[in-house]
Design a protein around this ligand. Structure first.
Ligand code: MV4
Length: 445
């Protein structure tokens, strides 16, 4: 049993973890940068330790400072949240070396999924469908041209150390190969200190549908259905929902089984997510695995009545999971409320929240760390919070979302609320008629 957990994160996810720890009777330690002195995670935790200057590299990414905070407070375990060190295999290893439980997967599991070519090879062996393409690294422009001819245009070049869309290049014809190969390699080297790239057939107008999974230390793996994350802008998700309006009982059974195979292939332990691309014929392909709790975990919690953070902590303590799968019983939608100006290319808008009213009522959940008078620092992501609604049907969840968005008052900074209000009234969105390209043609009125 853990007596004390250190949360190596900030913002809403730090609060989210503290809340569950409270319910479980586990003491908490917050860590914070000097920019976050007045943050709620510092006030909500039982203890708090300052770990450095505002820059992430000096604080939330500084492993030595975080380990020192864990040692002096006698923490049994560290919860990494999402972002920062959540998918850092070296951090997971250092925790293990210091006898502090990392609440997440082992270094080996993180590494296997962090390298995309290795992940894809593992999936092929496990019988999980992957996007057709070349196996292994691209070694030359000539080889890339020959392979693209075999795979068939359009193709996409991706960084093996990448993920989340960084350093990808879509190639429509042989004339474009040389430039795409060179720039993809350069971007990969600059972003990830690893210039390895690989090729896939480019799936046009796909949906992004991911399956939540959980695995324990005894080889039990289950799935908790899907989230549709197709509403994204420049690889930043803005809206997520469960179930997906594109889902059928048959597709869920097949994707759920594939996701379980994927997690079982690496003996996955903790909660995690298998991301798939789904084409218009409902063919699905493994894209990547996220070996962390995600921002959008709340929509799953609402539709399957399951505290994913509690399960994640229990799994880390060595408890068994039931092993059964979970089907959505309700419909949930999440809107990310960011301090960004949707009328100005979603430009970040940090600063002081001068006035705040948070929506409530039936079917409304708000996960947020802000309060009136809080200053959103410019150093980190611009998320103010997440507004989640839950109802019997998708239509009702959208209606509740529109009502809750209309109640939300955030003054002092620009927010994504006006964007969400317009999206909830969009006819194609309401019909569930969208792919990952939807926001490319969406304009604010
Ligand atoms: C693709 C693809 C089409 N075909 N791979 C973007 C993020 C990264 N995880 C992989 N991504 C994509 N990979 C093939 N073979 C299209 C995307 C993609 C995308 C995927 C999910 C959600 C939004 C997206 C936006 C643009 C491109």
């Amino acid at each position: 049993m853990f007596k004390k957990i250190l949360i190596a994160n900030r913002g809403e996810i730090a609060l989210r973890v503290i809340r569950t720890c409270r319910e479980m009777g586990i003491k908490t330690v917050a860590v914070y940068s000097t920019a976050d002195r007045d943050s709620l995670h510092v006030k909500f935790a039982d203890e708090a330790v300052c770990i450095g200057k505002p820059q992430s590299s000096d604080s939330y990414l500084n492993i030595a400072h975080i380990m020192a905070a864990a040692e002096i407070t006698n923490a049994d375990a560290i919860h990494p949240g999402y972002g920062f060190l959540a998918e850092n295999a070296r951090f997971s290893q250092i925790c293990a070396d210091h006898g502090i439980k990392f609440i997440g997967p082992t270094p080996d599991m993180i590494s296997k999924m962090g390298d995309k070519i290795t992940a894809k090879e593992t999936m092929i062996k496990a019988g999980v469908p992957v996007v057709p393409g070349g196996e292994g690294l691209l070694e030359s422009i000539e080889q890339t041209k020959a392979l693209a001819k075999e795979v068939g245009y359009p193709v996409i070049l991706k960084a093996t150390a990448g993920g989340g869309g960084k350093g990808m290049r879509v190639v429509w014809s042989e004339e474009e190969i040389e430039k795409a190969y060179t720039t993809a390699k350069m971007e990969a080297a600059a972003s990830f200190k690893n210039d390895g790239i690989y090729m896939e057939k480019f799936v046009e107008e796909p949906r992004h549908i991911e399956i939540q999974v959980a695995g324990d230390q005894y080889g039990n793996v289950c799935h908790l259905s899907e989230r549709d994350c197709s509403i994204q802008r420049r690889h930043q998700k803005l809206v997520e929902e469960s179930p997906s309006p594109f889902m059928t009982a048959d597709l869920r059974a097949r994707m759920g089984e594939a996701a379980i195979k994927a997690a079982a292939a690496i003996n996955y332990e903790s909660v995690g997510t298998i991301e798939f691309l789904v084409d218009k014929h409902r063919n699905f392909y493994f894209m990547e695995m996220n070996t962390r709790i995600q921002v959008e975990h709340c929509v799953t919690e609402e539709v399957v009545s399951y505290d994913l953070i509690k399960e994640q902590i229990k799994i880390a303590m060595g408890e068994k999971i039931s092993g059964r799968n979970y089907e959505p019983q309700l419909h949930a939608i999440e809107c990310r409320i960011n301090a960004e100006d949707p009328y100005n290319d979603f430009r970040p808008s940090p600063g002081k929240i001068t006035n705040l009213f948070t929506p409530g009522g039936h079917g409304v959940r708000v996960d947020s760390h802000v309060y009136a008078g809080y200053v959103i620092p410019p150093y980190y992501d611009s998320m103010i919070g997440k507004l989640i609604t839950v109802a019997q049907t998708r239509e009702e969840a959208i209606d509740t979302m529109y009502r809750a968005l209309s109640e939300y008052v955030i003054e002092g900074v620009k927010t994504t609320i006006p964007f969400h209000l317009q999206l909830m009234q969009n006819e194609d969105f309401r019909k569930g008629n969208f792919t990952t390209k939807f926001l490319e043609s969406f304009t604010m009125k």
